[in-house]
Design a protein around this ligand. Structure first.
Ligand code: GLP
Length: 242
């Protein structure tokens, strides 16, 4: 794992945005795996800026997002499809038809998971997967579990994730209890992985993910087995590793 240490959140966002921009410059037909949460917001702002300047062209890019809440559709402002449209897709020249997010309103969960795996397969896999880190070590919505999930699946969110994501909803009862997420296997098949982490509150879990035992109880620890991971993290997030 290559570790890029940054001063602060802004510096992390700039460097992460530039790594994604470089990927698209080198391969304009890249398949990008994208993430939601607060952490990537600055990264997306950086990409928008570089697209505005004419440095990066998204016309040939395809994207697949990590996850989506079960029960939320594109018009719900808490859905991840809405988040991606608002924070990236509507500000860059990507063709919206080339963007993929699991369908939170799908009638049949099993069919939706199989469809999503097929979308990734048909695209030839992910060139660069962006990841944030959940407070309990989750990646996508792969929660601590007894085994690593191979493929896209429906998952029950843990109490800790429901509480962590409560801040985006009016009340805790509004936070969906289930989500669709790419599996650990789907994530690990990406050619390259870019993990971004910011803030002291993530320091201990980041240390467990980077240096602790590889265990499904800390889902991000599996990244130690991937041949091409770049971690871009600020000083505060790396403080327990120092
Ligand atoms: C959510 C998402 C994850 C994200 C995580 C961390 O639960 N499903 O993909 O990485 O939260 O979010 P944040 O960046 O807001 O800390």
């Amino acid at each position: 794992m290559r570790i890029v240490r940054t001063k602060d959140y802004d510096d992390m966002s700039r460097k992460a945005g530039d790594i994604i921009a470089a990927q698209v410059i080198l391969n304009p037909a890249s398949v990008l795996g994208l993430a939601t949460g607060s952490t990537p917001l600055g990264t997306y702002k950086r990409l928008i800026k570089r697209c505005d300047k004419g440095d990066v062209d998204f016309a040939g890019v395809h994207s697949v997002n990590l996850d989506e809440y079960v029960g939320l559709g594109p018009t719900s402002d808490q859905s991840y499809r809405y988040f991606m449209n608002e924070n990236l897709f509507s500000h860059v020249n990507i063709d919206i038809k080339n963007t993929n997010v699991p369908d939170g309103l799908a009638k049949d969960a099993e069919e939706e998971c199989a469809r999503y795996e097929e979308v990734m397969r048909a695209l030839g896999g992910i060139d660069l997967q962006l990841l944030g880190l959940g407070p309990n070590g989750h990646i996508g919505f792969n929660e601590p579990a007894d085994a690593f999930a191979r493929e896209t699946h429906k998952v029950a969110l843990t109490e800790s994730t429901i509480k962590a994501n409560r801040r985006f909803f009016n009340k805790e009862d509004d936070v969906p209890r289930f989500a669709y997420t790419m599996g650990i296997g789907s994530i690990m098949r990406a050619q390259r992985i870019l993990l971004i982490v910011s803030g002291e509150q993530k320091a201990e879990i980041l240390k467990a993910a980077v240096c602790g035992p590889i265990t499904p109880q800390v889902p991000a620890s599996v990244l130690q087995l991937h041949p091409c991971v770049t971690l871009v993290a600020d000083k505060a997030a790396l403080s327990a590793l120092d």
